[in-house]
Design a binder for this molecule. Structure first.
Ligand code: NAP
Length: 253
């Protein structure tokens, strides 16, 4: 079965796991390798073949694509995994490999939302001091120190694995948890910790959206990091069915 076109699926998201499951089902006609960065201690593994760990920048990825005779890449990484997405675009261009970005749509504000969109963690940190005192932080471990740079604020920090101790602000509580989180639980988290501002990233998708609804209901302002752009020239689809249609049309099939 080694003659099946080989697809590299850059993952770490629920959409990537859904796509891997669809492709792993009998009859897809493709060989799929899912790739994870290895950041999370106990990751949810996708169906089918999986490799874990960085490739070693663009040169390492180029070598990997050639060595494993990859016919197409689907970049289904998180919208904020901008380095991996850029590396994928450069390596795809260098090797002539078709590349698709699977990106769930960004969240958009509705009536009653008090959103403040920012371009950087430093901008977010500066704005927080104007908006509240007790911050619910759901930005993940990356750049946490920059997001929580105002020492006078108290932070409730939710992440899957514990952040580095050096990245933690002086006044905080850690909440180790993995989504999805439902609306009732998010309401309770805001209430119990007397949260008066929410700090998050515009990840999009349903699994972590209820916190935004809970913030709206409670009239709590939200500081939201704007997502980075997809590398230029890379076609983008919003969901798994569209990604499957793109793979169906691969010239190598
Ligand atoms: P990043 O900053 O864009 O990437 C940093 C480096 O990590 C890349 O240069 C690459 O190393 C390696 N890497 C990233 N994704 C990889 C993958 N799927 N397979 C193999 N290597 C990968 O990435 P990040 O923001 O730290 O995200 C890491 C992973 O966590 C991604 O898979 C992403 O989907 C997932 N994730 C990220 C977030 C977030 O908010 N950023 C949230 C949820 C899940 P080399 O240069 O050595 O190849």
């Amino acid at each position: 079965m080694t003659d099946r076109p080989h697809v590299l699926l850059l993952g770490g998201t629920s959409d990537a796991r859904r796509l891997a499951a669809e492709l792993d089902a009998a009859g897809s006609g493709l060989r799929v390798t899912s790739s994870l960065a290895g950041r999370v201690a106990d990751p949810r593994l996708p169906a089918g073949e999986v490799r874990i760990g960085g490739f070693g920048g663009v040169p390492g990825l180029v070598d990997w694509l050639r060595e494993h005779r990859v016919a197409a890449i689907v970049d289904a990484t998180h919208p904020f995994a901008a380095v991996m997405s850029r590396n994928a675009a450069l390596a795809a261009a260098e090797t002539g490999t078709p590349l698709l970005a699977l990106r769930r749509p960004a969240w958009t504000p509705g009536p009653g939302d008090r959103w403040h969109e920012v371009g950087s963690p430093a901008e977010a940190a500066a704005l927080l001091t104007e908006l509240g005192r007790r911050v619910f932080v759901t930005t993940g471990r990356g750049e946490l120190a920059a997001f929580t740079a105002s020492p006078e604020l108290w932070y409730l920090i939710r992440s899957v694995d514990p952040p580095e101790p050096a990245d933690l602000p002086p006044h905080h509580e850690l909440l180790l948890a993995r989504g999805p989180f439902d609306l009732a639980a998010e309401r309770e988290t805001l209430r119990r910790h007397r949260i008066d501002v929410l700090l998050t990233k515009n990840s999009g998708g349903p699994a972590t959206a209820p916190k935004l609804l809970a913030a709206r209901e409670a009239g709590i302002p939200v500081v939201l990091r704007r997502r980075p752009a997809t590398p230029p020239g890379v076609p983008e689809v919003p969901d798994v069915p569209d990604a499957l249609r793109w793979l169906d049309r691969l010239p190598s099939r």
